[in-house]
Design a protein around this ligand. Structure first.
Ligand SMILES: NC(=O)c1ccc[n+]([C@@H]2O[C@H](COP(=O)([O-])OP(=O)(O)OC[C@H]3O[C@@H](n4cnc5c(N)ncnc54)[C@H](O)[C@@H]3O)[C@@H](O)[C@H]2O)c1
Ligand SMILES: [Fe+2]
Length: 391
């Protein structure tokens, strides 16, 4: 019992929230000694009013800001290398990362990698590999999320796709935690419904999977339970009306809560979602949304005892596993989350290769039940076919 009670707890960075809060971006840079920020965003947002507004605020405060935007969804090593080159060429002294998880992850990895001599894959989130890094040179990061899902704004990792191996790798260093996150709900107003739902499903999967991890972390568990409740209450509102600022603000909170909670670990939703995203370029969060019920069923015996607490937080009429399964199926339907991986283009012929990567994904170890490669293959096939085993 005493070994079980041994743990290490981290809580997130400073978060500035509220409508119009982006006004504080320049002052926040200065407070952290950043006067030549590189604004890292993605190709889709490069020409948006969001990025123009951030750059305008930085420049009018006397900061020499430049923009790097060669970032694709599911960003690659090439995107990261180009960002590091832009950072060095411009003589920057910090990063303002603006966008969804893809832009935030690249921005964080640029701030990290510009100080390193070893290749990025040497810093995968494995054991103590992060101690290989030159920590002193890591540049300060200000994170400005424009999607509410990944929680990358409060996390110590970035996810980069290795195109050679079709694998998503988690790059980790404690100093990749942004100094400040600015969560302004107005920046999410233009996020299309598909991405609002997809990113919301990511936040939900983070809270749910983290809560189900067997580790002693009551602080994270409390955050995760409330995060599940917030997504249930506000994601349908944000999806129905992108201009609902209260719903947008609540979903930003849920996203940061998910990433706070998943310091406990994640599970098989993410283990399968990572290789699927790396192969098919599907949206990460939407892929999680698809996987949700199949993974719940695969984990049933290991998580059933934890379901009553979640069911009560959601005020469901019954407080058991079946009620939670019905709840997620209802929520997915209401939000038009695809029911099968086949609808996302995933082929049965790839199930074996997906399972081989899933069993080795760093998230697999925390799944409440150890799944073998064969079980991952069966799980992937069930999700491709929409097979809920009679449910
Ligand atoms: N670092 C972490 O801890 C962590 C956790 C989970 C996922 N991830 C990674 O994050 C990535 C996914 O991030 P995401 O789901 O936020 O999507 P994303 O960053 O890939 O963005 C998806 C699309 O949305 C657009 N977009 C973003 N904000 C917008 C806005 N306000 N208005 C209009 N369009 C907007 C972007 O231009 C892009 O085309 C994946 O690579 C995933 O692996 C990282
Ligand atoms: Fe995720």
């Amino acid at each position: 019992m005493s070994a079980f009670l041994t743990s290490a707890w981290n809580f997130p960075t400073r978060i500035l929230t509220g409508i119009g809060r982006i006004k504080d971006v320049a002052e926040t840079c200065r407070a952290h000694g950043v006067v030549k920020p590189l604004v890292v965003t993605d190709r889709g947002l490069a020409a948006s009013a969001i990025v123009a507004g951030v750059v305008e605020r930085l420049r009018s405060a006397g900061l020499q800001a430049a923009v790097f935007s060669d970032v694709k969804p599911n960003p690659t090593q090439a995107n990261l290398a180009a960002g590091v080159a832009a950072y060095k060429a411009g003589g920057h002294d910090g990063v303002v990362a603006v966008g969804g998880g893809s832009a935030l992850d690249v921005g964080k990895c640029v701030a990290f990698m510009q100080a390193q001599t070893r290749p990025v894959w040497d810093f995968e989130d494995v054991g103590d590999w992060w101690t290989r890094a030159n920590a002193a040179g890591i540049a300060p990061i200000i994170a400005v999320p424009t999607t509410a899902g990944t929680g990358s704004e409060v996390g110590r990792a970035g996810v980069i796709t290795n195109e050679a191996t079709h694998q998503k790798k988690i790059i980790y260093h404690p100093a990749m935690m942004p100094k400040v996150a600015i969560e302004d709900p107005e920046l999410a107003v233009g996020l299309p419904r598909y991405l609002t739902v997809g990113t919301g499903m990511d936040a939900l999967a983070h809270c749910f999977e983290a809560y189900c991890v067997n580790a002693f972390h009551p602080l994270a568990d409390g955050v995760a339970i409330e995060g599940v409740r917030i997504v249930d209450a506000y994601l349908p509102r944000a999806a129905a009306n992108g201009g609902d600022l209260e719903a947008r603000a609540q979903m930003f909170a849920a996203a940061s809560m998910g990433a706070t909670a998943f310091q406990k670990g994640l599970g098989a939703i993410h283990s399968v979602s990572h290789p699927v995203g790396a192969r098919y370029d599907t949206h990460h969060g939407m892929t999680n949304g698809v996987m949700f019920p199949y993974v719940m069923l695969a984990n049933r015996d290991a998580i059933a005892a934890k379901m009553p607490v979640l069911a009560r937080a959601l005020a469901l009429p019954k407080a058991d596993f079946g009620a939670m399964l019905d709840w997620i199926l209802r929520l997915r339907k209401k939000l038009d989350v695809p029911h099968t991986l086949a609808e996302m283009g995933v082929k049965e012929a790839d199930a074996k290769a997906i399972a081989a990567d899933a069993v080795n994904d760093p998230t697999a170890g925390a799944n409440p039940r150890r799944l073998s490669e064969a079980e991952f293959e069966a799980l992937t096939l069930a999700a491709i076919r929409g097979d809920l085993g009679g449910r």
